[in-house]
Design a protein around this ligand. Structure first.
Ligand SMILES: *Cc1c(COP(=O)(O)O)cnc(C)c1O
Length: 411
């Protein structure tokens, strides 16, 4: 069957062959046979590669691109990305170990996150990675542990800026925050870094996540550079890295559009000459998680039952919120909206119906699609949640109710 392509921005990135979604050059039905079970996540290697190429094309070439691996820490994904990006940002010692298993050298791995414990810091100091310090207490502890380990720690200061990333899905800077050190306290901290003899690398200013407004990202970049330049005057030595965060969003819901990376890149090209003059030794780093991997991934589960209740149809699937919390609407969304969902082996059909797709968990929260119009699906058809390459499996309560685990494949 032919038919027009779906108009939703999120549904156009994979080919559809004989009405079946294709990922990594395989039809979905074939891939499901190869994986040997549902539910599973599949990530498209080529799409990840293309995404990095797109960023390289539009961002100024001086920009260093880091992967924030909490978005998708699957070992095969980070192994692949380690060849394509300039650094990996980790948020735990577990992530650090996975990052150091790749070809990425330790000095290009950075460790952010508040609440780092002493033994984690010792491991990181011994590894020689860069510690993004989130408080004065952490700084003092790092200095002590550096003496114990016998290695001079590489440190940067995570700054909680005095502005917010407007229109961001999740704000992680500005106002009172658990993240970073308030900008006004950073000068004092920078003086202390010199006294403690830590190896000062630079500043990390991350403001927020899932932003789809070019203008607010551009404004944030400008303010971040201003703040970085201003704080650098208090630094014990020259700034070698200025990490300006990321927060580039992707479209999930109808009406959301793809971010214009060229516009963001052009703005950076306009701003960089001044930054280079003020901070001649600084590498400018952008760290991205979601933007690099989210659109390259799908979550696939199978219809177990068509169930009618009063006058509504429920498709009961073998997957749900225990593998994909975000698609159920319970990972930071204020108002629940449907993720882009399709019947992957019947993408288009003349026979449509409005259905809710539920997972097998005994809670009304286990909802993958709420009254969506989809191709009519039968038992054994494949439900696909698009835009699922980031904050999927590892951001889900996999132990809840004890159902079987999902498999992940990179194709
Ligand atoms: C989570 C996080 C990121 C990645 O955010 P995305 O929205 O996935 O790009 C980057 N930097 C830091 C410090 C983070 O905590």
């Amino acid at each position: 069957m032919t038919g027009t392509r779906p108009k939703h921005a999120a549904l156009t990135q994979f080919p559809i062959v004989e009405n079946c979604l294709q990922i990594g050059g395989l039809t979905l039905t074939r891939l499901a046979q190869q994986v040997g079970q549902t539910p599973f996540y599949a990530y498209d290697r080529q799409k990840i590669t293309e995404r990095i190429a797109l960023l390289r094309k539009h961002l100024p070439e001086e920009i260093h691109l880091h992967y924030a691996m909490k978005a998708n820490p699957m070992p095969a994904v980070i192994q692949h990305l380690a060849h394509l990006v300039d650094g990996i940002d980790v948020a735990s010692v577990g992530e650090m170990r996975a990052a150091l298993d790749t070809i990425m050298s330790a000095d290009r791995v950075s460790f952010a996150g508040h609440g780092k414990k002493a033994h984690e810091l010792s491991c990181a100091i011994a590894a020689g990675i860069v510690l993004n310090m989130e408080s004065e207490q952490e700084m003092e502890l790092i200095a002590e542990l550096g003496n114990e380990v016998g290695i001079r720690p590489n440190v940067a200061v995570r700054v909680n800026p005095d502005f917010e990333l407007k229109s961001s899905g999740m704000k992680m800077g500005g106002g009172p925050k658990q993240f970073g050190v308030d900008a006004e306290r950073v000068p004092e901290m920078l003086r202390r870094i010199g006294k403690l003899g830590l190896n000062f690398m630079g500043l990390h200013i991350f403001s927020g996540s899932q932003n789809l407004k070019e203008a607010s990202i551009q404004e944030t970049h400008e303010k971040t550079f201003q703040l970085g330049i201003q704080l650098a005057q208090h630094a014990p030595s020259s700034v070698k890295t200025l990490n300006i965060g990321g927060g580039f969003g992707i479209p999930y819901f109808p009406g959301e559009t793809t971010l214009d990376i060229a516009a963001i890149g052009n703005n950076l090209k306009r701003l960089l000459p001044d930054v280079k003059q003020e901070l001649p030794e600084a590498q400018i780093v952008i760290e991205l998680g979601r933007y690099i991997v989210a659109e390259a991934g799908i979550y696939v589960c199978r219809v177990l039952e068509r169930k009618q209740s009063r006058n509504e149809i429920f498709l009961v699937a073998d997957g749900g919120l225990h593998h994909h919390l975000a698609a159920s609407g319970n990972f930071g969304q204020v108002i629940r909206k449907n993720y882009p969902v399709i019947i992957g082996n019947k993408v288009q059909s003349d026979e449509k119906e409005t259905v809710s797709i539920v997972g097998p968990l005994c809670t009304p929260l286990d909802l993958l699609a709420d009254k969506m119009e989809l191709s009519r699906a039968e038992v054994n058809d494949l439900v696909v949640v698009m835009q699922s390459g980031a904050y999927g499996l590892t951001a889900s309560p996999t132990a809840f109710l004890g159902h079987p685990a999902a498999v992940e494949v990179l194709v």
